[in-house]
Write a protein that binds this ligand. Sequence first.
Ligand code: GDP
Length: 444
Amino acid sequence: MAFEGLSERLQGTMTKIKGKGKVNEADVKEMMREVRFALIEADVNLKVVKEFVKKVSERAVGEDVMESLTPGQQVVKIVKDELTELMGGEERKIEFSTKQPTVIMMVGLQGAGKTTTTGKLANLLRRKHNRKPLLVAADVYRPAAIQQLETIGKQLSLPVFSKGTELSPVEIARQAIEHAKTEHLDTVIIDTAGRLHVDEALMQELKDIRALKEPDEIFLVVDAMTGQDAVNVAQNFDEAVGISGVVLTKLDGDTRGGAALSIRSVTQKPIKFVGMGEKMDALEAFHPERMASRILGMGDMLSLIEKAQSSVDETKAKELEEKFRTSTFTFDDFLEQMSQVKQMGPLDEILKMLPGANKIKGLENAKVDESQMDRVEAIIYSMTTKEKTTPEIINANRKKRIAKGSGTSIQDVNRLLKQFEDMKKMMKQMSGMTNKKGKKKMGM
Ligand code: GDP
């Protein structure tokens, strides 16, 4: 997981100071030495480290902290506040234009994740902001990039404006904006060309596209795994083209976190989104405070709740409730439930968002046994339609067939059938309780 080393070190340091009834300047100094070391290890820009240490130290040795009843905790709060501030303070939302369409330019080096992020962003804007995006393939130097965007468009059922490699990127962008207007598509997202290094010709091209219609956002996509390089790239792009925000990709990998902690401070441009995986729904709005909480092991319940909310389909939940009530819950519904849980992401990542999770021994290396879920799925897939709706008919012969078909054992099949039975019984009891309650109310 990203920030692992930093998180561990900072938490160790914070635990030491948190418990102190009294904190003196020497304690703060000692703590800040450790904090400085932790940040440098995490590949945070040196200048940024220095400023951070200075700010925290000044606030921590202030009278109101030293003389407060809980100085240790106050110091931890200061570290958290400053960490939040370092990553940009308040969450910075995406800007939409009042004039249609909103134009978003995606810029960045090759391999940073620009094309993938263009698709993810369109998907997120459609889902969460009700936008109608148009994806624009403007990387005319790499036919593969155009194809990649077309594939993403198909996958997401989103329109892609693509003119092959004949026209100039500026002309493509111009036509795309016109096309969006006539088709009433309110958000144009332009996937511009990437290069291996920052170069003059590319910057000029980006400036020319920019001159067409001042974009509402120019997002620089950078790979968090490249650490300090990401910060340099951001600085170069910002000086040459001017960016409005940063999308930091691959934060699901084990980056030390230096880029996330330095970019804002060095460029003064906010991180607006973070990429958390290769799938099309793995893009999240960046919340500095939640990230600081996560780094310091204070958990990130808010993100967890949002994740659950966005993975649960309301209509399906209602249908399920009805099935619980009428005891018509089948193995197909069971599968549906499992897929909803899976949509929240890898279970071990979810566990890590719980407060104090990093302190639970063994959890850092925990791999939730998702193969168990796969096994259950395989068993259900090996059942006939009739067996799924009326599992009572599953006799010894059928069990044998199901076990064979799913590559599991008869014990596995038995275990699942028992679980399913227990679940149904429990539901019956629960719905019985609500019914009685309902009657009682009516009688009153
Ligand atoms: P581009 O050259 O900048 O357009 O980069 P691509 O969009 O082709 O992405 C390069 C690689 O990075 C692809 O294999 C992507 O799947 C992968 N990638 C992009 N974003 C993320 C992310 O947030 N997490 C992970 N793990 N991989 C990502």
